[in-house]
Design a protein around this ligand. Structure first.
Ligand SMILES: *[C@@H]1O[C@H](CO)[C@@H](O)[C@H](O)[C@H]1NC(C)=O
Ligand SMILES: *[C@@H]1O[C@H](CO)[C@@H](O)[C@H](O)[C@H]1NC(C)=O
Length: 192
């Protein structure tokens, strides 16, 4: 009876330990992110915001994927080292919580961004982001600016033409009056 109960307690203890350990493994890494889908314009900056929590030492790796292309952007271990790929060196900013900032966006930056958090024990988790890059707004602005400039030039030319026409018209009128009137009346026409 005693023996049986003793084993019972031990079994339960083992079971609880295993469950706790599995919970620990499963919950060891968590990646929180407020937004997984982002849209930006060419030359904008983007901030992939994540908050990585991990019980142990971990490394963070960001990978870019688009079609058949897949390349590593950078790998870092918070507070230990940061290794950003040469292509991205000038545009990428790494953060301890796993976030990544990418500046001066190009059209080719559109695609999937995956953050992989790997724990020294071997377990890892990842989270994906979708980035869309528009060139529309930029082109629209440029088009608008050029149109406004063209319109302003046209308005200026029209005003100049009207002023010239007006002057020419007055001159002609004055000249015709002078021709029709006697010499003595010339003084009256001076203000014109
Ligand atoms: C991660 O850290 C950056 C900079 O400290 C912060 O701006 C961002 O909001 C953080 N992200 C999350 C999801 O907490
Ligand atoms: C940095 O990354 C490159 C390419 O991913 C790799 O060849 C290099 O060994 C890494 N350097 C360090 C210090 O981890």
């Amino acid at each position: 009876m005693w023996n049986f109960r003793f084993w019972d307690v031990q079994d339960v203890a083992v079971l609880v330990s295993i469950t706790l350990y599995m919970c620990y493994l499963a919950g060891a890494i968590s990646i929180q992110s407020p937004q997984r889908s982002l849209t930006r314009s060419v030359q904008d900056d983007v901030f992939f915001s994540v908050d990585v929590t991990c019980n142990g030492v971990h490394t963070i790796q960001w990978t870019f994927m688009s079609g058949a292309v897949s390349r590593t952007i950078g790998t870092w271990q918070p507070g230990v080292y940061t290794n950003i790929t040469v292509d991205y060196l000038s545009r990428v900013q790494s953060f301890d919580n796993g976030s990544m900032g990418l500046s001066d966006l190009r059209l080719q930056d559109a695609g999937y961004y995956v953050v992989t958090v790997a724990e020294r024990g071997g377990s890892s988790q990842d989270a994906g982001f979708v980035l869309k890059v528009n060139e529309v707004l930029y082109e629209d602005l440029q088009y608008l600016a050029v149109s406004a400039l063209a319109l302003a030039c046209l308005a200026g030319l029209l005003m100049l033409a009207m002023w010239l026409l007006d002057r020419a018209y007055r001159k002609i009128v004055a000249w015709r009056r002078r021709k029709q009137m006697p010499e003595t009346d010339a003084t009256e026409l001076q203000p014109l």
